[in-house]
Write a protein that binds this ligand. Structure first.
Ligand code: NAD
Length: 480
């Protein structure tokens, strides 16, 4: 198998269009301030291991300052402000994200390692779309189905992961702000930079001080936010294990909670599916964003009669994927976000080999520096293998087979998770039959990984509870 059929000239996006500072403070009450304890941590470019900036690490006293600022802003300014006025800020924010899209995309790619074509074409435009969409709700809350005059909860503490840093910030901030809440946002420790650039944009649009506060740091900072008695609502996106800890910490307290956690989605291909299209969907399902996607189609279920053509086509297609410099516009697969994540992927894939599955990777040259993992496909996978049960959160696909629709449903639902699923078939009736039976918050049909701000997203079982997006995403921020 040859790695690629042709060569592309390099087409790097310029990193000079961003003006990164060497140090960043916390964003509290409209200003960048140092952490009271003076602690900082470094954020690196995972593609090169270059240090990008030193970032303040918020302690409990900084979180306290941020929550106090958010409370003042909620009571005095943002809460009493008419929805139509709040909407103007959200529209302005969406427009400035569009204006500064190129800069935001480069920062996201530098800090996260994802290909520039994904940050440029997915992360940044979808983040802007969320602010546009929720701006439209701000003056229409009395028509949203939550009563005549639904009230905000107050101060929201929001904790997000590193896989879609700006987009997850938008998913959290947009509905909270539209409904009149104020926010304390904690970005992930390996990807704080796009949130800090967003803070500069909040200053640019003259958002009243304290309406959004950003506290950077690791798990301890997140825990301080969860533990703070002044937080009325916690919205968490991240791993199931941390989600469970947060649920335990909030037990017995009146704080509202939504959890968007992990997944192990089944992507199900029937023998009547358009196979070329299905293979593109399989590739997109698991190799988009290096597989660092909660709803990734990481378990491929193929009807046994078409296993051979599907695998042949899939392997040929994977041979054409370009892995490397995330800033190159031709790159399909960028860097793994951190050394820790790379170690986790390596450990889980090794377990696949140890437990008897067959590992396949296309020929591809990985860069010498940085954190990299070649696209990987496992066949001969059984349902008891760890690679079929645990979330790998990397570019690794586990292939299983089925014979009947009932068997496909049973295998797809045989997981503690329930975030998403995909169905590939020519028959509309089969799509509906499957969608009724799959225990997943989102079921895509003849497509995968599609996101829209008007569409609710969220999980069943250990994938969490609560919905983000659309009208449904307003409810968790309203006192109803
Ligand atoms: P993680 O749970 O380790 O971290 C997520 C965030 O929580 C980070 O900001 C982290 O600093 C913070 N955190 C860590 N420990 C904490 C604690 N004890 N208290 C409070 N905050 C704490 O997850 P991760 O590795 O950053 O992200 C990957 C996970 O996120 C995967 O499981 C993925 O499926 C999930 N995810 C889910 C969705 C969704 O919408 N369901 C979206 C993206 C990612």
């Amino acid at each position: 198998m040859t790695a690629t059929n042709w060569q592309y000239a390099p087409a790097p996006e310029s990193r000079d269009i961003v003006d990164l500072r060497s140090e960043y403070g916390l964003f509290i009450d409209g200003e960048f301030v140092e952490a009271q304890g003076g602690a900082t941590f470094k954020t690196v470019n995972p593609a090169t291991e270059e240090v990008l900036a030193a970032v303040s690490e918020a302690g409990a006293e900084d979180v306290d300052r941020a929550v106090a600022a958010a409370r003042r802003a909620q009571t005095d300014v943002w809460g009493p402000m008419p929805g139509a006025e709040r909407a103007k800020y959200l529209y302005r924010l969406a427009r400035v994200i569009q204006e500064r899209a190129r800069e935001l995309a480069v920062v996201e790619t530098l800090d996260n390692g994802k290909p520039i074509k994904e940050s440029r074409d997915v992360d940044v435009p979808t983040a802007a779309a969320h602010f546009f969409s929720y701006a439209g709700w701000a003056d229409k809350l009395s028509h949203a189905g939550y009563g005549a005059d639904p009230r905000p909860l107050g101060v929201a503490g929001q904790i997000i992961p590193w896989n879609f840093p700006l987009l997850m910030a938008a998913w959290k901030l947009a509905p909270a702000l539209a409904t009149g809440n104020t926010c304390v946002l904690k970005p992930a420790e390996t990807t704080p930079l796009s949130a800090l650039l967003l803070a500069e944009i909040l200053q640019q649009i003259d958002l009243p001080p304290g309406v959004v506060n950003i506290v950077t740091g690791a798990g301890a900072t997140g825990q301080a936010l969860v533990d703070h008695a002044g937080v009325d609502k916690v919205a968490f996106t991240g791993s199931t294990s941390v989600g469970k800890q947060i649920q335990r910490a909030l037990a017995g307290r009146p704080t509202r909670l939504t959890l968007e956690l992990g997944g192990k989605a089944a992507n199900i291909v029937f023998d009547d599916a358009p196979l070329d299209q299905a293979v593109e969907g399989i590739v997109n399902g698991i190799f988009f964003n290096q597989g660092h996607v909660c709803c990734a189609g990481s378990r491929l279920l193929v009807q046994e009669s078409v296993l051979e053509p599907v695998m042949g086509h899939l392997k040929r297609r994977l041979g054409t994927l370009r892995v490397g410099d995330p800033l190159d516009k031709n790159t399909d697969l960028g860097a793994i976000n951190s050394a820790e994540q790379l170690a986790r992927i390596t450990e889980l894939t090794d377990s696949g080999v140890d437990q008897g599955a067959q590992r396949w990777q296309p020929e591809c040259q990985l860069p010498d520096r940085g954190y990299w993992f070649a696209p990987t496909v496992f066949t001969g996978v059984s349902q008891s293998h760890r690679i079929a049960r645990e979330e790998i959160f990397g570019p690794v696909l586990s292939v299983l087979t089925f014979r009947t629709p009932d068997e496909a449903v049973t295998k797809a639902n045989n997981t503690p998770y329930g975030l998403s699923a995909g169905v590939w078939t020519d028959k509309g009736s089969r799509i509906l039959w499957m969608a009724e039976r799959l225990r997943a918050g989102v079921v895509w049909a003849n497509t995968f990984n599609r996101f829209d701000p008007t569409s609710p997203f969220g999980g069943y079982k250990e994938s969490g509870f609560g919905r983000e997006g659309g009208r449904h995403g307003l409810g968790p921020y309203l006192a109803v």
